[in-house]
Design a protein around this ligand. Structure first.
Ligand SMILES: Cc1cc2nc3c(=O)[nH]c(=O)nc-3n(C[C@H](O)[C@H](O)[C@H](O)COP(=O)(O)O)c2cc1C
Length: 323
């Protein structure tokens, strides 16, 4: 059945797109822990897809039987290229196309991509329109609440026009581009966008616990969680349990967490080959031991591992030392 944002059961629970993190192995772990999550890929270049760049395609590879519904995120500034890449992605079997209008990186905004599109509204609307016309999949937008100085009427006008250009869902991160990742995400403007919206609105920024979700969801259709999943995919199950009126508390000991950690490492190796898979896994390993006794001592070793066996050995050592 075709994925449609408006038909999804609310509250929505989304995994935020995170470059360098939310690859197929990461998403599969999230889905194994909580199947109801809607996953977004890392952003990938529309130009890269158009010109057959191997890296751009690699970012979209996925296991359909586990990862659906999967939303592929693209960035770019040329409506025709965005449209073309949407068609390519539809052929690859993804379930939705998301347009990145939130990336604050200098390299991206210098060429009018990512969050720079907030400053070029007419181009932003053309991109949404062209992309939505090119595909039968739903097109959505992920953005920030502003670029420089926050201004509510500008935000409301921008999101309203995204919607009339064809956007079927908007995820809002409660920071401006200038803020990058400093300060705290401000959810008040997101509630204001929701009051006038005809499409689902998902709030994003600084959710680390179920309590944060309880405090922040307000009138919104859902939440999107990024860094809160670092070393803690179980947050997704905890939040979904809360949405379903139940209670769930994720594992607290490394012994309980170890099978998931090893599974993620194995998937990363399957997906990228052992050498690259392990290198990319190092940061996740270090996130999994965050807050544990002697974490810094073990982190030193974990960021240098080269094999799956080494990972298992070090974790068993940590577990034995704490028993
Ligand atoms: C390492 C990293 C990579 C990110 N990559 C992307 C990306 O590819 N596309 C995107 O729209 N946002 C990206 N973001 C922003 C996140 O999707 C999210 O909006 C932000 O981290 C705030 O949510 P959080 O507090 O739940 O992490 C990235 C954030 C981080 C920390």
């Amino acid at each position: 059945m075709t994925f449609r944002w408006k038909d999804q059961k609310t509250p929505l629970l989304c995994l935020a797109p995170m470059e360098g993190y939310t690859d197929s192995a990461y998403r599969q772990i999230i889905k194994e822990v909580e199947p109801k999550v809607i996953c977004f890929t890392e952003f990938t270049s529309a130009d890269g897809l158009k010109f057959g760049n191997r890296k751009s395609f690699k970012r979209i590879e996925f296991k359909p039987e586990i990862e659906r519904p999967l939303i592929a995120q693209i960035f770019g500034s040329d409506p025709a290229v965005m449209a073309e890449s949407a068609k390519i992605l539809e052929d690859m079997g993804v379930d939705g196309i998301d347009i990145n209008m939130g990336c604050p990186s200098g390299k991206i905004i210098a060429t009018c991509r990512g969050s720079a599109l907030f400053e070029e509204p007419e181009l932003a609307f053309k991109i949404v329109d062209a992309t939505q016309q090119a595909t039968s999949l739903d097109v959505s937008v992920k953005m920030r609440i502003g670029f420089g100085k926050f201004d509510l009427p500008t935000l409301l006008n921008f999101t309203k026009n995204l919607e009339s250009s064809g956007a079927k869902h908007i995820a809002l991160h409660g920071r401006t581009t200038k803020q990058k990742y400093t300060g705290m995400s401000d959810w008040e403007p997101i509630y204001e966008v929701k009051k006038q919206a005809g499409v689902p609105i998902t709030g994003n920024g600084d959710i680390l616990t179920v309590e944060n979700v309880q405090q922040k969801i307000g009138n919104l259709d859902g939440v999107m969680i990024g860094r809160g999943t670092y070393g803690n995919p179980w947050i997704m199950k905890e939040v979904q349990a809360y949405f379903d009126g139940k209670e769930y508390k994720g594992p607290t000991t490394l012994e309980e967490k170890l099978p998931t950690i090893l599974r993620q490492a194995k998937l990363a190796c399957e997906f990228k080959g052992e050498k690259k898979g392990i290198i990319e896994m190092r940061k996740h390993l270090s996130n999994y031991i965050h807050g544990f006794k002697n974490a810094s001592k073990y982190r030193f070793r974990l960021v240098r591992v080269n094999t799956l066996n080494e990972i298992e050995e070090i974790f068993n050592e940590i577990i034995n030392s704490t028993n």
